[in-house]
Design a protein around this ligand. Structure first.
Ligand code: NDP
Length: 279
C-alpha cells in the first residue's frame, strides 16, 4: 500500500502562507485571465482559480471573448493589461480555439506579468538557468515531492509527456535538482521499458489509465498530472486502483497535482507583485 499524496492539504498550506503575505501588501495583488470561447473544462479551471484567488485576497479579473473575436482585439487587450500598473499577472487560458495563434498571444504578455511562465523569453531564461517565472504544474510536482521529503537527486526520473506546459519545464527542474531524467512521448518505442526503471514516474499525457501496474517498479513514486473525464468522472493517466498497490507514494486525481498547480499560480502572482513593488 502506498502513501497517497494529499495535494489539497499541501495546497491549503501554501494558500495560508500566500494569504498571510498578502495581508502585508500595500495594494491588493491582481491577476487578469484572458479566455476565448466557452470550453467547459476551461470554465471550470477558471472558476476554481477565481475562487482560490479570492480566498487569499488576490483581485481576479476575467476577460472573456467570444470564439471568432479578431485576434488583434485580444492582442490589444493584453497590451492594455501589460500597461495597467494595477495588474500584476496575466494569463491566457489554454487551449485556444484552433484559429488563434497561441504563441503570438502568449508572447504578447509582458515577461514580468507572465504568471504561467510561457513566453519565449521566460522559457529561454529558465533553460539558461536565469531567475524567471516557471510553469505552475512543473513547480507543483517539485513542491509535493519536497513536502513529502522525496529527494530527486541521483534518482531515475521518467517523465511521460514533453509539453511546454508540463513535461519540458519539469525535465529542466529535475535536472537542476540532479535527477537522471528520461522524457518519453508519443513516439517513444516500448514505453514500459522506460517507465519500469523509474524511481520517480511522472505522467502528463491526457491518456486515461495509460500507465498500468505492470509498467511501474515496486516502490516507485508515481505522480499523475493527467486530468481526464471518463463517463462523467475525473481520472488521471495512471490506473490508480492497481498502481497504488505497487507504488511507495502516489498522487490521486482529483486531489493531487491539480490543487497544487493553483497554489503555485498564487506564488507566481506574488513573485510578480513583489518584483514590481520592490523596485
Ligand atoms: P499535451 O497534449 O500538450 O501533451 C501531451 C504529451 O503526452 C505530449 O508530449 C505527447 O507526446 C504525450 N503523449 C500522448 N500520448 C502518449 C502516449 N500514448 N504515450 C506516451 N506519450 C504520449 O498535454 P499537457 O501537457 O498540456 O497536459 C497533459 C495532461 O495533464 C492532460 O490530461 C492535462 O489535462 C493535464 N494537466 C493537468 C494539470 C494539473 O494542474 N493537474 C495542468 C496541466 C495539464 P507528443 O509530444 O509526441 O505528442
Amino acid at each position: 500500500m502506498s502513501v497517497i499524496i494529499d495535494g489539497k492539504e499541501v495546497s491549503a498550506k501554501v494558500q495560508e502562507n500566500v494569504k498571510a503575505e498578502i495581508k502585508n501588501c500595500m495594494i491588493r495583488p491582481s491577476v487578469a485571465v484572458i479566455q476565448v470561447g466557452d470550453n467547459p473544462a476551461s470554465n471550470s479551471y477558471i472558476s476554481n482559480k477565481e475562487k482560490v484567488c479570492g480566498a487569499v485576497g488576490i483581485y481576479f479579473r476575467l476577460y472573456k471573448f467570444d470564439d471568432g473575436t479578431p485576434e488583434l482585439t485580444i492582442i490589444n487587450k493584453i497590451k492594455e493589461l501589460n500597461n495597467d500598473e494595477y495588474v500584476n499577472g496575466i494569463m491566457v487560458q489554454l487551449p485556444l480555439p484552433p484559429q488563434y495563434n497561441e504563441k503570438r498571444l502568449l508572447n504578447t504578455i509582458s515577461n514580468a506579468k507572465d504568471v504561467d511562465g510561457l513566453t519565449d523569453i521566460n522559457t529561454g531564461r529558465f533553460i539558461n538557468g536565469k531567475k524567471t517565472l516557471i510553469p505552475c504544474t512543473a513547480l507543483a510536482v517539485m513542491r509535493v515531492l519536497e513536502e513529502y521529503g522525496i529527494d530527486v537527486a541521483g534518482k531515475d526520473v521518467v517523465i511521460v509527456g514533453r509539453s511546454r506546459l508540463v513535461g519540458r519545464p519539469l525535465a529542466t527542474l529535475m535536472l537542476n535538482n540532479n535527477a537522471t531524467v528520461t522524457t518519453c512521448h508519443s513516439a517513444t518505442t516500448n514505453l514500459k521499458e522506460h517507465t519500469k526503471r523509474a524511481d520517480i514516474l511522472v505522467v502528463a499525457t491526457g491518456v486515461p489509465k495509460l500507465i498500468t501496474e505492470d509498467m511501474v517498479k515496486d516502490g516507485a513514486v508515481v505522480i499523475d498530472v493527467g486530468i481526464n473525464r471518463v463517463d462523467g468522472k475525473l481520472c488521471g493517466d495512471v490506473d490508480f486502483a492497481k498502481v497504488e498497490k505497487k507504488a511507495s507514494y502516489i498522487t490521486p486525481v482529483p486531489g493531487g497535482i491539480g490543487p497544487m498547480t493553483v497554489a503555485m499560480l498564487l506564488e507566481n502572482i506574488l513573485l510578480c507583485y513583489n518584483a514590481k513593488n520592490s523596485k
